[in-house]
Write a protein that binds this ligand. Sequence first.
Ligand code: SF4
Ligand code: SF4
Length: 136
Amino acid sequence: MPHHAIPDRSCGTCTLCCRLPDIDELSKPANAWCIHCVDGMGCKIYQSRPQTCRDFLCLWITDAQLGPEWEPTKAHMMVYTQGPQMTVLVDPAYPDVWKQEPYRTQLSRRALEMALHGGYIIVFVGDTVFKIEPST
Ligand code: SF4
Ligand code: SF4
């Protein structure tokens, strides 16, 4: 899995990964703004941000298989992988977006591809967790 940005993809004004995930180093719970984030502008402590933040790139930044519709600010979801698991964090303000097209079909197909190598996809909407069923 490449861990560098593909051409023409950058965070821009997106700050979704400063809100949706929990971040232990910052004692930040899931679905709460990091206290260092200015909405639409970014990190107030960019030069001294924790290593977790320095190392993180969401999958839309690194994986061309996710098309422009997956740009986090449009999709209202952010995606990352860790070992065999692909995680989809859904903005709780758009709880059903992952069930809508084109996302539903793409997630099912990707789950099928991943299942061939022992992988799987988990979707988090707030405290609710779903596993994507593989299908074509
Ligand atoms: S969710 Fe992805 S695109 Fe958005 S700020 Fe984080 S790494 Fe950048
Ligand atoms: S420290 Fe900065 S980069 Fe890390 S979550 Fe907070 S605002 Fe985002």
